[in-house]
Design a protein around this ligand. Sequence first.
Ligand SMILES: [Zn+2]
Length: 227
Amino acid sequence: MKQYLMLRGNSNLRIACECPKICPICNNNISPINEFEKANIDINLVSILFTCPACGKSFLTHYNYEKYKVESYKEHSYYSLTLLESFPVKPKEAIFEECIHNLSPTFCNIYNQAVASETYGLDQLSGIGYRKAIEFLIKDFCIYKHPNDEEKIKSTLLGQVIITYIDETSKIRTLAKVSVWLGNDETHYIKKFDDKDINDLKRFIRATVSYITYELVSDEAEDLLNT
Ligand SMILES: [Zn+2]
């Protein structure tokens, strides 16, 4: 939703701004209510206080503008604002099936900490978090499948655990391997897969989670059949 406004208290400043489409607090898609605007022309900054109609909370959005970037609307010229950031920001928690929580609560916890760090712009740390999360997911899955080897699995390098304990024909093995490779890229000095980024890493982790979920649910069904 685009707004064309004459700023209160700055009679010469007309602005054209795109409202945030997602509430930074509840993460719902919204058309926010504009409560108040203020400009600081010394630093080309406009601050707008919005209220989210979904959660009822207010947040502040900063925009900047450049003198040459103007657009016309109904016979007036407006500075075209660029959205910089909104505050406060609440991370959107990743939701996992109950069986994944039961299998590896630490994975769910670390994954969501990585999501939070990404939301707060700590992109150099979130990749390390996702890499740690996948280690817990895979090792806890292997311990579930091979409970007698728990101590051995815990102390063995993840790559070796995947080769030793996950069937060669399993999609989980392929996905886990690739997730670990991309995760390692986020932690090492030199990157091996230049064309892949943290979003690819997350895609592979989510796919690994899906296959593990199928496996856990299938095991539960088999247990039912055998009772
Ligand atoms: Zn909201």
